[in-house]
Design a protein around this ligand. Sequence first.
Ligand SMILES: *[C@@H]1O[C@H](CO)[C@@H](O)[C@H](O)[C@H]1NC(C)=O
Ligand SMILES: *[C@@H]1O[C@H](CO)[C@@H](O)[C@H](O)[C@H]1NC(C)=O
Length: 491
Amino acid sequence: MKVNNLLLSVFLVLSFSVLSALSSFNIPHIISANDDQIIDENLIDQTKDFKKFEPTWESLDARPLPEWYDNAKIGIFLHFGVYAAISYGSEWFWNNWKNDKVPEYVDFMKRTQNPSFTYQDFAKSFTCELFNATEWAEIFADSGAQYVIITSKHHEGYTLYPSSYSFSWNSMDVGPNRDILKELSDAVREKKLTFGIYYSLYEWFNRMYLSDKYHAFFQQTYVNNKMWPELQEIIHRYHPEIIWSDGDWEAPDGYWKSKEFLAWLYNESPVKNTVVTNDRWGSGMPCKHGGFYTCTDRFNPGKLVEHKFENAMTIDKKSWGHRSNTVLDDYLTKDELIREIVSTVAINGNIAINIGPTMYGKIEPIFADRLRDMGKWLRINGKSIYGSKPWAHQKEGNDTWFTMKHGESRDSVFVFIFEYPYDTNAVSIASLADFVDSSSKVKLLGYSGIVKHQLSESKNAFKIQFPEKRFIDKAGLFSVWTFEVDIPKQK
Ligand SMILES: *[C@@H]1O[C@H](CO)[C@@H](O)[C@H](O)[C@H]1NC(C)=O
Ligand SMILES: *[C@@H]1O[C@H](CO)[C@@H](O)[C@H](O)[C@H]1NC(C)=O
């Protein structure tokens, strides 16, 4: 991930069992490959016509995105590495200090360390002594997220597993002395969440990479001897079902052998039928090629995106990795977070919500608090999110958003209200006027009582009356209120 000030910015499995009484929850089918066996037959069917993908963008881009991903909608993103042990500024610390020599970072090191201190020295403090993968997985499952993506390796090059290609610069050799990827992938799958990895193609200070760069990328020593075998090793060992590539922008896809890699991934890898990938496969590739698009960090353009995309964003607005120099206003509030989810899903996006754990291996209570609120909201409103599709209208004004689901005889439109209408206790939705008919009914998700509604006399707006606020509050509804309106199927 990029830092904005420097570069171009950068069921709910949640014991659904407990809530199985709420049959209205639509829980996507979660695939989790723990071995080379493919679990979901639909996915096999989906890709069976593509016996062999060619290493061309035309062929690779034609692969259908495995359905589980669009249904899942919400993931957790984790930036975890040696930068957690510094916990200052952002995960770009090493680059800011040594490459860009940003005065604030140089000064920080002068004040806090002796002159011979290296970035590598920080790895010893990245101890993770309180890391409990089950605890993390419980927080994630409880949040309503359906998948988890962790930095197997960020731009610093340090790997969170005992990489055969990263001698002495991995979580087994220095720091925690543990295989973080193994522990986390097991725990996450135990909770029926899908496991994915982030992988930085480039490494700021890798000498093989820098030599290739010095030779204008006409040689591929780094790609052949480090990146390719390492990425394949991760995939063979941990079977991640998301490959979230990054750090691609300095070189074209030809240098990274991205097309060849993806052809291998889709044709031969142990996750070939279920894996999803993003679009960061070389300079000029994002928003053009690959699986789901990420375009830029925190991509959420406010209008329909035809191609499936993911809004990768952070609860700490200024950093992906953990940092201690935060103030309360740096964190999204629960209202902001929930609105971000809705406004992303409504326009065809998934959302990957990032948190940075501490060097002790803990998720700070402020992150856990936001994720818990998100889970509370999703337990009530999840039906409008998981497995939903963008509707004919995505929004009306800035505070009313829509998603939809196809039903057997009629369709459902979900109407999200961001601002409570305190003055009128009612909302008028013009977008619905042409879609409702005389048998349309309205439900407020999480509330069992009747909801009054009517088409305005001029037939240009559909008016929905909120129940009394005290009943809504008592039912525990908050942040964004969701109405379900059934409409005739569209031709
Ligand atoms: C890890 O967390 C789980 C769930 O909270 C708990 O049951 C387990 O005892 C913990 N393991 C250790 C080693 O503390
Ligand atoms: C909606 O949001 C946009 C972008 O933030 C803003 O420019 C515009 O004024 C807002 N419109 C209304 C009606 O509030």
